[in-house]
Design a protein around this ligand. Sequence first.
Ligand code: IPE
Ligand code: IPE
Ligand code: MG
Length: 247
Amino acid sequence: MTLLDQIDKSKLPTHLAVIMDGNGRWAKQKGLFRTMGHEKGSKAVQEIVEACGKLNISYLTLYAFSTENWKRPKLEVELLMKLLVASLRKEIKTLQENDIKLNAIGNLESLPKKVYKELLDVIKKTENNSRMTLTLALSYGSREELTKTVQEISHKVKNNLISPENIDETVINNHLYTQNLPDVDLLIRTSGEQRISNFLLWQIAYAELYFTETLWPDYTKDHLFEAILNYQNRERRFGKTSEQLKE
Ligand code: IPE
Ligand code: IPE
Ligand code: MG
């Protein structure tokens, strides 16, 4: 039986998020420039997006560039941005063929104009697709998102549009970049690092975390299926007891 056959299609994570890490180390191990790791990494993105679409995952969110990644050497940042434009242009076909809608979260206005324009273009072209929502986290940082949320809600309080007593979790949710997405069910991080790196702090409150040593450029469908199988063998209790779940 293949790994795919073993997956229970009725127990898939609704929202899968991935911290795609290890491109630089992959390249270094092979004596290549870091940028080659990013190029190979973008091929892995293609494979995983297609696999998730075929599997019927409803929401896939990929951490592609963090607010902190702006601190990297200028040349690396420039290449990552170029790669993004090239991938968006290339991927539009895969997105259309697989009925995938593109979405983006993060401080998008801080992206170079060319990237921003290309992104909006692909988002527009795929807006009527409905099999899966692919969200790219670009210039995304959870603390920036939460800060923006607090500012927006404070303005509403100041203008008497909402009273402080009425600020609840739903109000907060509705001000996040992820307002149209459900909570994350499974978060995968590749490359052996076991940290969150400012990704979706609010949204992963009850996510199952899965860490793997595999470097992102080496990540294949089968690695993804292994992670999903592992997820399906966990008991998600959400604060309740195991017995209560069986009632
Ligand atoms: C992930 O790979 C890609 C981005 C963060 C843009 P890295 O570039 O972080 O690879 P390592 O962690 O240096 O190996
Ligand atoms: C997290 O990876 C960001 C992305 C995968 C886009 P990093 O490689 O930037 O994370 P840290 O800095 O090592 O925690
Ligand atoms: Mg890294």
